[in-house]
Each structure stands twice: as C-alpha cells, then as structure tokens.
Design a protein around this ligand. Structure first.
Ligand code: IPE
Ligand code: IPE
Ligand code: MG
Length: 254
C-alpha cells in the first residue's frame, strides 16, 4: 500500500472495535493543585499521584484491560524548577524499584515511551532494567510516558525513517501510516481507545498526538491523586455510551 492509499477510501470499513477498550491512556494531571488545596508542597501531591498510579494499574489489571499508558513527565516539564524535576525523577525511581518485582511476577510488560536524551544515568539504568526484566511478559502492557512529547516522538521517528531511506533500506514511496507508526515508541501497541485527562483541563499537552487521532477523549474533574477504580470504570462507561464513527456514518444513517 502506498502513502496515498493508506488514507480511507470509499467503501473502506471502520476498524473493528469492541465495547470494552483495548487501550486506555491517561494524562495524570492535578498533583500540584491537590497539594496546594491542602497546604502541602507540590512534591506531596506527586507522591500521592504515585499511589493513584498504583491503584489504577491494579484496577486496570482487575477489570481485564490489556494496555494502559500513563503520562508521567513531558518534554515540556523540564520548564519546572529543578527541585520539582528532581522530585519527579525520584518518584519514577521509587515506583520502579518498589513495584518492579511484583509487576514482573504478575506478567506485566513495562515500556517507557519518550526520549532517553537528557535523562540521568541512574534513571536510564533503571528504565533499562525494568524493560529487560519484563520484556517476555504479555499479560498486561504498562507504558509509562516519561520525558515524552508527541512532537519529539514524531520527529525522532521521521529522522530514523529518513536514515533508513538514505541507506537504501526503505523506499520513500512505501511509507504509509502503518509503516510510519513502526518508528514510533508505541510500535506494536494498538492506538488508545480512550484518552482520559484528569484535573479539568481540556488539552492534550503533546500526549500521543499521532496515536490518539481517533481516541475518545474523557475529561474528568478529579485531581489525579484522588483517581481510582471508580473513575476508570466511569470513563469506560462514558466510552461505551459513545458512537465511534471513524469518519463514516452513524449506524443506521445510511
Ligand atoms: C501532574 O500534576 C504531574 C506532572 C505534570 C508531572 P501537575 O504537577 O501538573 O499538577 P498541577 O497541574 O500543577 O495541579
Ligand atoms: C501534562 O501535564 C504532562 C503530564 C501529566 C506528565 P502538564 O501539567 O504538564 O500540562 P499543562 O502544562 O497543564 O499543559
Ligand atoms: Mg498540570
């Protein structure tokens, strides 16, 4: 299939989708406001955010979800004070260190999405360990977007693709959406069916901007540290009540 034909054409069927999402992605937002409302430093909000992540991973496993991707540190979060950036790095380390064994035993495959550029050595080492240790697992995919930005990911993919083309390994005319997606960090994962953002903000903040092209967006007022199973179930209920059309017509409209 060529690039030109990778777009939908007359008579094409919309992707097969089921009532239950295959992949849920979450922008875990609102830790700072949660802390501020209680007179705590922001770092406490982030700590509670890790607890919410733990709860959410457990809930996702319980309800039979297969793929969960969470946004934990963006390429733009470097704009925050060094002390906060360090606190967020420390929390990723603490989470992986504390939970890796258990997650590995539960069959969870951990993948870190985003660029490794700029990450300190101890984080790189830990990320590598988590991915290697769980590489053969297939019960549940947990993707942590850390030092992740959708534009950065696409640029990196475009550069990697350009290199293959100049090396003569790939023909430019053969690149279609599927071929391009193979260069993204999410290679092999289904696109998210639901993209949840907590904290009442209505934006994507550079998260999965390629992959979420047809995701159902769910914006919740809850601040991330208060998130739990009931919110995940609410989001899935909202998703089930929606009609996904993928550019086609509503069922029964033709
Ligand atoms: C989400 O909470 C965590 C990260 C972005 C790393 P915030 O820290 O953005 O919390 P708010 O949005 O300031 O409340
Ligand atoms: C998005 O939240 C990034 C993460 C949740 C990791 P931000 O709090 O950084 O987003 P903005 O700045 O409100 O857009
Ligand atoms: Mg925020």
């Amino acid at each position: 299939m060529t690039a030109a034909t990778s777009a939908a054409r007359s008579g094409d069927k919309a992707p097969e989708i089921s009532d239950f999402p295959n992949h849920v992605a979450i922008i875990m937002d609102g830790n700072g406001r949660w802390a501020k409302a209680r007179g705590f430093p922001r770092a406490i909000g982030h700590e509670r955010g890790v607890e919410a992540l733990r709860r959410t991973v457990e809930a996702a496993q319980e309800i039979g979800l297969k793929n969960l991707t969470v946004f934990s540190f963006s390429t733009e979060n470097w704009r925050r004070p060094v002390s906060e950036v360090n606190a967020l790095f420390g929390l990723l380390k603490a989470y992986v260190k504390r939970d890796l064994n258990r997650l590995a035993e539960e069959g969870v495959k951990i993948r870190i999405l985003g660029t490794r550029d700029g990450l300190p050595d101890d984080i790189l080492e830990l990320v590598d360990r988590a991915e290697k240790r769980t590489a053969e697992n297939d019960a549940f995919n947990l993707c942590i977007a850390f030092n992740y930005g959708g534009r950065e990911e696409m640029l990196r993919a475009a550069k990697a693709m350009a290199e293959k083309i100049s090396a003569g390994e790939v023909e430019a005319s053969e690149i279609d959406e599927t071929a391009f997606a193979r260069f993204l960090d999410t290679d092999g994962l289904p696109d998210p069916d639901i993209l949840i953002r907590t904290s009442g903000e209505y934006r994507l903040s550079n998260f999965l901007i390629w992959q979420a092209a047809y995701a159902e967006l769910v914006f919740l007022d809850v601040l991330w540290p208060d998130f739990g199973k009931s919110h995940l179930l609410d989001a899935i209920e909202m998703y089930r009540a929606r009609e996904r059309r993928f550019g086609g017509l509503a069922s029964g409209a033709a």
